[in-house]
Write a protein that binds this ligand. Structure first.
Ligand SMILES: [Zn+2]
Length: 75
């Protein structure tokens, strides 16, 4: 059995080491110790507050559903 593969290796949840702004909507503040979504972009990382992260994840679930349907469709 090959090792299970994933298409979503670039995200994980961590805790902010210091307070900073959400990188999706800058007026959203992420406080020290709060959970945030960490996205790897090339060699750097972007961080999103839970509100934005959940919205983006919902949209991504729709996208994955759509991709799944495309793959299941008979040509
Ligand atoms: Zn945000």
């Amino acid at each position: 059995m090959p090792r299970s593969k994933t298409f979503i290796k670039s995200i994980k949840v961590d805790e902010a080491q210091r307070a900073h702004c959400c990188q999706h909507i800058p007026s959203h503040r992420i406080l020290r110790g709060e959970k945030r979504l960490k996205l790897k972009v090339g060699r750097t990382y972007e961080h999103f507050c839970p509100v934005c992260a959940l919205k983006i994840i919902e949209a991504d679930i729709q996208r994955l559903q759509n991709i799944k349907e495309q793959l299941l469709q008979q040509s």
